[in-house]
Ligand binder design. Structure first.
Ligand code: IPE
Ligand code: IPE
Ligand code: MG
Length: 249
């Protein structure tokens, strides 16, 4: 029985949590191992995050799994990451399904090895009727590219007369993002102690609460996640208003 979990107010849950799962390489190095050893030991932490969300019914969890910039890492590390993704999907697909989770992927899937892409599409298809929660994997994802794509697509729709320039507002813009079907991020967590965003969901975190943890990703536990939720619930989200205005809302 987790005492931290008991402190969570089920009425004030974030609707969408995003995690930058960072620190696998350093975790491995501190043990005198290769970086890829850290990636292999990251799977359990991923499971912890998914299970924690599932247990308290957070409807959307987005995991930064592989960035567009991560393609520039040594080929051997990229290969290991892609293989791990395929292996993990194979093993975990049933588990994701039986938890009632619907899986989504955001990012430039064209760049992925065909086998990885196919497997992702299979799990997306397998889980498409599930409604208990949504697991969004950001793979080959870069936020600036996502925003540029939206701008390009809006521009061509303007050119074709499908969109009026005067009608371009936040809502319309969001409908061109990969995340169009998901609510904005309420809570962004980054592990590993780095205090940066690394091209992740720049538009979608406009009013997110940010938490940077001094924990390397393979050490991430359910209780750490629950503590993040408790800390989130202790924040006053003002959206530009005064504290007094927020209290009488
Ligand atoms: C995060 O851990 C995993 C990916 C980016 C794929 P890192 O591999 O970035 O680990 P560090 O940050 O070098 O320790
Ligand atoms: C961000 O971590 C990407 C993922 C966690 C998938 P990085 O390790 O790539 O970020 P930087 O390079 O430290 O900014
Ligand atoms: Mg890193």
């Amino acid at each position: 029985m987790s005492l931290i979990k008991d402190k969570i107010d089920p009425e004030k849950l974030p609707q969408h949590v995003a995690i930058i799962m960072d620190g696998n390489g350093r975790w491995a190095k501190s043990r005198g191992e290769e970086r890829t050893f850290g990636h292999k030991n990251a799977i359990n932490a991923v499971r912890n995050a998914i299970n924690a969300c599932n247990e308290i019914n957070i409807p959307y969890l987005t995991l930064y799994t592989f960035s567009s910039e991560n393609w520039n890492r040594p080929a051997e590390e990229v290969d290991t990451l892609m293989n791990l993704l395929t292996e993990t999907l194979l093993v975990e697909a049933d588990e994701i399904f039986s938890k009632g989770l619907r899986m989504h992927v955001i990012g430039d899937l064209e760049k992925l090895p065909p086998l990885v892409r196919e497997q992702l599409l299979q799990v997306i298809d397998l889980t498409k009727e599930n409604t208990k929660g949504n697991l969004v994997l950001a793979i080959s994802y870069g936020s600036q590219k996502e925003i540029l794509n939206a701008v390009k697509n809006i521009s061509s729709d303007v050119k074709e007369g499908k969109v009026e320039v005067e009608n371009i507002d936040e809502k319309l813009f969001e409908s061109y993002l990969y995340t169009k079907d998901f609510p904005p991020i309420d809570l962004l967590i980054r592990t590993s102690g780095e205090i940066r965003i690394s091209n992740f969901l720049l538009w979608q975190i406009a009013y997110a609460e940010l938490q940077f943890l001094n924990v390397l990703w393979p050490d991430f536990t359910k209780d750490i996640f629950f503590q993040c939720i408790v800390d989130y619930q202790n924040k006053e989200r003002r959206y530009g208003l005064t504290g007094e205005q927020v209290k009488i809302q």
